[in-house]
Ligand binder design. Structure first.
Ligand SMILES: O=C(O)CCC(=O)C(=O)O
Ligand SMILES: [Fe+2]
Length: 328
């Protein structure tokens, strides 16, 4: 049984020989078959750029609330814009966070972005970082295709990026006297909806991932009751990679969706105050028209198909609708 998060060095995939590359791909497969998530290092997104992105994040969330609230999401296709504190409900629990979501679709309309005179350069930097993450996802999807003995571009065909979503997250500081020991105050246990998620966290931790190898369960509530959780210590050199629900269906649960949550960091509980936390999630979702169905490589007479086909766009929209209590 695993009790630590696997760490995978990506440089053999980016710069190594065919043999090195294959070895890393089987490490990725193993990490996803057991824990369901791993820390990736040497992933080619520069440390200085990540630090800079978190500086932008701070500047964004420091804008007056009245200005952020102008950036309200639209109902056109996929919601983008600012979501204020307590707007999101995960399994009926309120998440104490604010987030700013954006993508690269035609619906990426100007009213969801801060104006240039409010935050000059923010939008360009944000889109540039979004592209860096899209490229990294492209390389990871290639590894996943090879791991399943499919053509290297198999998954990329369904991931043009039209549905990729960036999400800047800010959890405000809260007084620890208002928190019961063991209570999850920041982000209740859930799994993500899409294919793979990249998660960057700044100094303040609290993120924990379920070791999916320690449980037979798949739903977040059942996993939370039965699994061992692994703390994901913030490390500026690493990005967390985890499996979302649609990839689990695609692979007939060879790779299970990673259940994760954000609690108060353990060292802050007795200190009077739980410090604010910044993180950044990049969600890769398949293109809207994609039909996701267990791949032939992942089922046979001994391993029956668990799920039928599902339309990715319809599924994602229904999940986003449920997530946000506010309808604009
Ligand atoms: O803030 C974090 O580290 C987790 C965020 C997350 O899991 C999500 O937005 O889906
Ligand atoms: Fe998540």
């Amino acid at each position: 049984m695993h009790s630590t998060l696997p760490i995978i060095d990506f440089s053999p995939v980016l710069h190594g020989s065919l043999e090195d590359r294959e070895r890393t791909i089987s490490e990725i497969d193993k990490a996803l078959r057991t824990v369901g998530a791993f820390h990736l290092r040497n992933h080619d997104i520069e440390r200085a750029k990540i630090d800079k992105w978190f500086e932008w994040s701070r500047r964004f969330f420091d804008l007056p609330l009245s200005e952020k609230e102008q950036l309200f999401p639209t109902l056109r296709s996929f919601e983008q814009g600012y979501f204020g504190i307590e707007k999101e409900k995960v399994h009926g629990q309120t998440a104490l966070k604010e987030n700013f979501d954006f993508g690269d679709s035609k619906d990426n309309i100007a009213s969801c972005w801060p104006r240039e005179d409010q935050l000059p350069g923010f939008r360009d930097f944000a889109m540039d970082f979004h592209q860096d993450c899209s490229r990294l996802i492209g390389k990871l999807l290639e590894c996943l295709s090879v791991a399943l003995k499919l053509e290297p571009d198999f998954f990329s065909h369904y991931h043009t990026g039209s549905m990729f979503m960036s999400s800047l997250l800010h959890y405000p500081a809260v007084s620890s006297t208002s928190v019961q020991p063991g209570q999850v105050v920041r982000n209740p246990a859930h799994s993500d909806f899409g294919t793979l998620t990249l998660l960057f966290q700044q100094k303040v931790g609290g993120l924990e991932v379920a070791d999916m190898g320690s449980t037979e369960k798949l739903s977040s509530a059942a996993v939370e009751k039965s699994a061992t959780f692994i703390p994901v210590e913030p490390n500026p050199e690493m990005v967390l990679v985890n499996v979302g629900y649609l990839l689990m269906r695609w692979t007939n649960a060879r790779w299970k969706n990673s259940v994760h949550r954000v609690s108060a960091p353990s060292d802050s509980i007795n200190s009077g105050s739980i410090p604010e936390r910044y993180s950044f999630a990049f969600f890769s979702y398949p293109d809207a028209q994609t039909i996701v169905e267990p791949l032939p490589a992942c089922h046979n007479t001994e391993i029956p198909k668990i799920w039928g086909p599902i339309n990715a766009g319809e599924y994602l929209l229904s999940k986003r609708d449920k997530l946000y209590s506010r309808i604009c």
